[in-house]
Design a protein around this ligand. Sequence first.
Ligand SMILES: [Zn+2]
Length: 240
Amino acid sequence: MSSAYRKPHTCWQHRASQSGGMTYSKPARTTTRQIPSVLISGLLVVIAAIAAALGYQSLASSSSTAASPIDVLSSEHRGLPGEHRGPLGEADGAVPDGVTVFDDGIPGVANLDPALLGAVRQAATHAADDGVEFLVDSGWRSPEYQERLLLEAISKYGSEGEAARWVAAPNTSAHVSGDAVDIGSSDATAWLSEHGAEYGLCRIYSNEPWHYELRSEAIGHGCPPMYANPTHDPRMQQWR
Ligand SMILES: [Zn+2]
């Protein structure tokens, strides 16, 4: 696993909380001592039946959510030429540590939309006068890389719906189209939060202070209101 891929900075990684796993409390032993054994055995039968039903439902739901995207991924990979075998790297949009918005040799930077890249570089040039450097956590991503990130998010958050709050599907991601950049350092995102609109650079999601896209109409007018998270974005139609 390359150092590049060890750092899968995405729009969803900064959140530590997990979606709740199932927890079941055991029956309190102290109360059962006063209950006749006939009632206890009857109760155990009921509990066993409930547990069996819950176990079946849990198995069924987890297999249904896990199977479909994996099937999609593997079928896509079967149809691809050999260069996409093996781990995904810089050619798919993984960005090594320390890359700036000026690093043309990194596909994650070089494949960004030229207008977005021009605006980010202009802003970065002016920010440098304030001693601020624009590092890139993530920029353009191949559909295969986005699919991998989505699968990791589904695994992490437990459902497609919860994962959608943090990472988009390949067919809707602004990263795959080259229209979004995740800026790395906090001083840079603070600088952009204050000055980005002057360059048409806008935050889109309240929960992603690092994610910027080009909104040229923001120049002179300010950025449009942010969505709380990507599930509120009309572009992410497949989750609605
Ligand atoms: Zn992003």
